[in-house]
Write a protein that binds this ligand. Structure first.
Ligand SMILES: Cc1cc2nc3c(=O)[nH]c(=O)nc-3n(C[C@H](O)[C@H](O)[C@H](O)COP(=O)(O)OP(=O)(O)OC[C@H]3O[C@@H](n4cnc5c(N)ncnc54)[C@H](O)[C@@H]3O)c2cc1C
Length: 388
């Protein structure tokens, strides 16, 4: 639980998410992982419960909740299954926020409302085979056509891309000769029914296996003019601003994984006996448990304080990057400790920590690697020089 005081409503949200995760997600998480398949019924249920519209105002059919409520719910879902959590995080943090902040009223009516109700799932397509950390190097090309745009190119690593109904695609809208870097990139609202839209290779991943990660290719895909988001040439700025908040979601996902690792370790250390006593009585094991709990609490405190700052309208670039860095490295470290506490049993699929170890790793990579977070943090330190 968090150290910041919670309202009655926030406590109820935690209970709702915890109950839903325990009843409808946790019992299936190992199977989904083994079969590398997501049950879309769960996404539908999340929509019915409001978990896919938590940050959207009621005016657009969302719940209009604060960021701490959202992060608390997301952490509960991630305790049960990191794959389900990433669907929730991407949907809530990226495409819906871009529509809310930069979309026209017509776009909000057509796309945001059904997404807030959970009837349509969102995805975010920025990365390409040769444009990862340096996303401004993307090459997907949008050319003006009479009635809109024609897109050509390939997007890689698109979370939920095989079933998403609304995909926010960043593409170059400047002429191929102009190459105005990040200034020549626009954001387009893409739906899978557009002619020329193709779902490509599904990645065979180490972890997060139930979440489909796919390539998308656009082959002379015609996008109506009405699907340009906001201003032409501003897509990269929109995407970067949204990632500032997306990182808070990934931090909550990481905390859920870390918490699951701690919980499994507490149970196992109390049951497992060696040298005639439960291994929890060995100080070496107690120290691991104590360190796991301490790191989780400290990462969560920073995350929730950052969420409060965001809801006060302050920039979250610095503390959001710190939160993501701290939480993801805590998740990876805690999952590693958990495998160690389980010994040989931690290395096999009979116990959950093997999956947690595999799932934790991705939180150090996507929505900005740990190296990129450190670059952002160092840059912000010099920019502001106000770390008191
Ligand atoms: C499971 C999964 C889901 C994903 N989901 C999405 C999604 O939904 N939408 C989307 O757009 N993308 C998505 N991604 C892509 C993800 O955001 C990128 O993988 C990530 O940004 C890193 O890019 P890269 O893989 O090209 O690595 P690279 O950028 O090639 O980096 C390789 C290594 O070099 C380091 N590095 C790079 N630049 C620097 C630097 N300047 N200084 C120091 N070190 C540096 C990196 O930190 C890393 O260690 C997903 C990826 C995965 C694996």
């Amino acid at each position: 639980m968090t150290l910041i005081p919670l309202t009655e409503e926030q406590r109820e949200i935690v209970q709702l998410a915890r109950g839903f995760a325990a009843d409808e997600i946790a019992p299936h998480a190992d199977k989904w992982d083994r079969e590398a398949a997501m049950d879309l019924g769960v996404a539908r249920r999340m929509g019915e419960l409001g978990f896919l519209g938590m940050l959207i105002p009621e005016q657009y059919d969302g719940l209009g909740l604060d960021t701490v409520s959202y992060l608390l719910a997301l952490e509960e879902i991630a305790v049960a299954d990191a794959s389900t959590a990433v669907l929730m995080s991407v949907h809530n943090s990226l495409p819906t926020q871009m529509l809310l902040n930069y979309g026209s009223e017509a776009q909000k009516d057509r796309f945001l409302r059904p997404m807030a109700r959970g009837e349509k799932i969102g995805a975010f397509a920025l990365s390409e085979p040769d444009a990862g950390s340096d996303a401004s190097a993307l090459r997907c090309q949008a050319m003006r056509a009479d009635d809109g745009w024609v897109l050509n190119g390939t997007k890689s690593w698109v979370t939920s891309g095989s079933f998403a109904d609304v995909i926010m695609v960043m593409a170059r809208s400047d002429s191929p000769d102009a190459r105005r870097g990040s200034k020549g990139i626009s954001a387009f609202i893409v739906t899978p029914d557009l002619p020329g839209f193709h779902v490509g290779k599904k990645e065979d991943k180490m972890g997060l296996r139930a979440s489909p990660t796919v390539q998308l290719t656009f082959d002379n895909m015609r996008v109506p003019a009405a699907n340009l988001l906001g201003q032409e040439g501003q897509g990269f700025v929109y995407a970067m601003r949204s990632l500032d908040n997306g990182r808070l979601g990934i931090a909550a996902q990481a905390l859920g994984i870390a918490r699951a690792a701690l919980s499994a370790s507490l149970d196992y250390a109390a049951e497992r006996k060696q040298f005639g006593q439960p291994i929890k009585d060995f100080q070496a094991i107690q120290f691991k448990l104590a360190d796991m709990a301490s790191r989780i609490s400290s990462a969560r405190s920073l995350l929730h304080l950052t969420a409060l700052a965001k809801d006060r309208g302050e920039s979250t670039t610095l503390y959001g990057s710190m939160s993501k860095l701290l939480a993801s490295e805590t998740a990876m470290w805690a999952a590693n400790q958990a495998v160690q506490i389980f010994g040989g049993y931690g290395y096999v699929k009979d116990y959950p920590v093997e999956r947690l170890f595999r799932d934790a790793k991705i939180t150090e990579i996507y929505e900005g690697t740990s190296e990129i977070q450190r670059i952002v943090i160092a840059r912000e330190l010099y920019a502001s020089r106000n770390m008191d």
